[in-house]
Design a protein around this ligand. Structure first.
Ligand SMILES: *[C@@H]1O[C@H](CO)[C@@H](O)[C@H](O)[C@H]1NC(C)=O
Ligand SMILES: *[C@@H]1O[C@H](CO)[C@@H](O)[C@H](O)[C@H]1NC(C)=O
Length: 323
């Protein structure tokens, strides 16, 4: 578990360092796509078994409410939002108690249990990624209708997009459903298939106007609590093979990020899986002179990072039952 906390931590610090230091502009909203790692409750409003609106989820959330976050408290996007001076929780798009005025400063389209692959969402009947994008298009329409084209375009272009997805494609789908292994004979072929889908998704977001995006790869999924629990013969240690797949997949995602940043004008896609690099930035910032905060005339970014570090102690990710 300790390793998992660290990853969440670094994920946040990476994003803050990148987007607050290299792009001093203001971030009007945080816009979220992905799976249970970032879902703030959309699954409460669809018929699926992949829900978390009951105890012990939410135990440490304000008022102890189980909101549909797969966590005992707030989740990474909530902390990131607060650190950017926005609201402390990001509402789920399907939650009828919020309207477009609320969503204009932060919105979540994520759905626990989903993946890049359409078939992954079918395993537990959740929102497929293409449908998250449809919701996002609908959101853009509402922004334009309520705030006019100019303001809407500003929100779309300047917002920070957080994407965290992919684990379920391997664990819920590929390794659980043998028929997938007939379609994609090797795990490498399946990885490449997913990378193709990731590319299509990112290009679509770019075409829709998104520019600042943080893309998370997958965690060392052989160390997730459920995977360790079933590793009886390995004395409940991490399943190395799964971790190797995670590293391999993240490396391919990293190449995709490099390629798209080169190709798409004005795209600022950050690979938030580059844990080692992040670790170096955090432990030895002087190595990264080019990133020095003093070049920036806006808010004191180190302060931001410290603030988030503090919050991260509060963030005890409890992503156990379903990712
Ligand atoms: C959203 O709801 C708030 C009250 O909760 C209200 O003041 C605001 O006008 C609503 N916005 C829209 C666009 O309906
Ligand atoms: C996933 O489903 C959507 C909607 O039916 C479809 O447009 C898309 O092509 C599908 N993707 C793949 C890779 O089959």
């Amino acid at each position: 578990m300790r390793r998992m906390y660290n990853i969440e931590w670094l994920f946040c610090i990476e994003i803050l360092l990148h987007f607050s230091i290299s792009n001093c502009g203001k971030v009007p909203a945080i816009i979220v796509f992905g799976d249970s790692s970032v879902d703030s409750g959309n699954n409460n409003f669809i018929p699926t078994i992949a829900k978390s609106n009951f105890a012990p989820y939410g135990r440490d959330f304000p008022n102890g409410i189980a909101t549909g976050r797969f966590s005992n408290g707030r989740i990474a996007p909530d902390f990131i939002s607060e650190a950017f001076g926005l609201k402390p929780i990001i509402p789920a798009y399907l939650d009828p108690s919020y309207n477009i005025s609320d969503f204009a400063t932060g919105v979540c389209f994520a759905s626990a249990g989903t993946g890049y692959d359409n078939d992954t969402a079918k395993v537990v009947d959740v929102i497929p990624l293409w449908k998250e994008v449809e919701f996002y298009k609908d959101y853009q329409k509402k922004l334009r209708a309520n705030f006019g084209d100019m303001k809407a375009n500003e929100i779309i272009k300047d917002s920070l997009y957080l994407i965290s997805i992919g684990t379920n494609d391997f664990l819920e789908n590929y390794y659980t459903h043998p028929e997938r292994r007939l379609q994609h004979l090797t795990i490498q072929q399946y990885e490449d298939f997913l990378i193709g889908l990731a590319e299509k998704f990112l290009r679509e977001l770019y075409d829709l106007g998104a520019r600042k995006i943080s893309l998370s790869g997958i965690p060392p999924m052989g160390c997730l609590p459920l995977e360790r629990a079933i590793n009886i013969w390995g004395h409940h240690s991490c399943i190395d093979h799964y971790n190797d797949v995670a590293l391999e997949f993240n490396a391919k995602l990293g190449w995709l990020v490099t390629k798209l940043n080169k190709e798409l004008n004005g795209f600022q896609l950050v690979d938030a899986s580059a844990y080692d690099m992040v670790l170096q930035i955090v432990t030895n910032p002087s190595q990264f002179g080019a990133l020095a905060p003093r070049k920036c005339t806006c808010e004191n970014n180190l302060f931001l990072v410290m603030k988030v570090s503090h919050h991260m102690k509060e963030l005890r990710l409890n992503n156990i039952l379903l990712r």
